[in-house]
Write a protein that binds this ligand. Structure first.
Ligand SMILES: *Cc1c(COP(=O)(O)O)cnc(C)c1O
Length: 369
């Protein structure tokens, strides 16, 4: 690997391929795979990632918002794209880009049928989401008759899939709750399907659902975090390779005397002689202030260097008192060996938050393949 000369997020496409193949190996041959590439493919690069995955056997893509789907179409993605959380204000753009909406309540279903009819669409693919316990988005079981009636009245739309989302698929203490969600989903899906003369795809599993509930794969699984290299448990993490390495360099080294302070608000005061390194990465790059004051760390020459004082907008200062290094040396913020998941834990958060926070200011580079 070339050494970093500035702050970069290096994305390993071989690792992505490995993760995809591992997830596929956990599925039956005929189970479809939806790659979730919302939020810049979890902070990496949605267009590059989707284009690469499109060359593998991915069946579907999912994004959160319409404009994320538009970006994928502009980048040459031709596979179907589910928009998980569309807003009615963007329906025209959604249709113009052949994106497929998740319709999750009576209001958005009626609004979409209205525009689809006005545009004289015929059997435009949509997806119906049910709430089975997450209490976030989705119709309730009581809405099934209403949905069936709405669908009978129109041929402007066709239901490509019926789906739900698990609340605690990574938490085996909540197994009973999860199984209950799955059972509820089965019963809802059966009722909806009975009212149609065709068979929509059924899906409920995210990455952890896919790994922990093989009996609930139905026709398709939706995976995000697994593709990016995290299995959400110590055991499963071993099967995945984090695709992103966030690297930077040492801009400057200071010797700090006893009694001096480091950074804004003098948040770190030293009672001994120490050596600090200033790095060109800060909260505007995605390293939040919660990592400051000794919680977060980076890796320099295979050793942990903890963050001293407050995280600045464009810089952090780290403790290199016991590390042999020099200005210009490479620094690993996270990567396959010092993972984003472990760094996230120091700030009481999860890998998802840390990796999706890496801002667009950070240059993305690609290795592998
Ligand atoms: C984000 C999301 C996923 C992907 O979840 P992972 O845990 O990253 O696999 C799947 N389904 C829905 C509805 C989501 O919002």
């Amino acid at each position: 690997m070339p050494k970093a000369q500035e702050t970069v997020l290096e994305i390993d496409l071989n690792a992505l391929k490995h993760n995809f193949e591992h997830l596929k190996s956990r599925l039956n041959n005929n189970t479809k795979f939806m790659a979730v590439v919302k939020a810049f493919a979890y902070g990496s690069d949605a267009c590059e990632i989707a284009n690469y995955l499109q060359t593998l056997a991915v069946d579907y893509f999912a994004v959160a918002f319409v404009h994320e789907g538009v970006q994928l179409r502009k980048a040459g993605i031709t596979k179907p794209i589910l928009v998980l959380h569309p807003q009615a204000a963007n329906f025209k753009i959604l249709i113009d880009n052949c994106l497929e909406p998740n319709l999750y309540n009576a209001k958005i279903l009626s609004e979409f049928i209205a525009i689809a009819s006005a545009e004289k669409l015929h059997e435009y693919p949509v997806h119906i989401k049910f709430n089975t316990g997450l209490n976030r988005l989705g119709f309730s079981e009581n809405d099934v008759d209403f949905i069936a009636e709405k669908l009978k009245e129109t041929n402007a739309i066709i239901v490509k899939s019926i789906f739900s989302h698990l609340a605690a698929s990574e938490d085996l203490n909540e197994k009973e709750f999860t199984i209950n969600q799955i059972e509820k989903f089965k019963s809802i899906a059966k009722k909806v399907t009975q009212s149609l003369d065709y068979k929509p795809l059924l899906h409920i599993c995210n990455t952890s659902g896919t790994l922990n509930y093989p009996e609930a794969h139905f026709d398709m699984v939706r995976s995000g975090i697994g593709l990016y290299g995290f299995g959400n448990s110590e055991k499963e993490n071993k099967n995945f390779k984090p695709i992103g390495s966030l690297k930077t360099i040492i801009s400057q080294i200071h010797t700090i005397n006893k009694g001096e302070s480091i950074g804004y608000n003098r948040a770190y005061k030293t009672d001994k002689l120490l050596k600090s390194a200033t790095l060109p990465i800060g909260h505007a790059d995605g390293i939040g202030r919660q990592y400051g004051k000794g919680k977060g760390y980076v890796i320099i020459n295979n050793q942990k260097a903890y963050i001293l004082g407050n995280v600045c907008m464009d810089m952090i200062m780290v403790d290199i008192t016991n590390i042999i290094c020099k200005e210009g040396d490479e620094v690993i913020v996270f990567g396959p060996n010092s993972t984003a998941e472990n760094l996230a834990k120091t700030a009481h958060t999860i890998s998802y938050e840390l990796i999706t926070a890496i801002s667009q200011r950070v240059k993305r580079t690609f290795v592998g393949n």
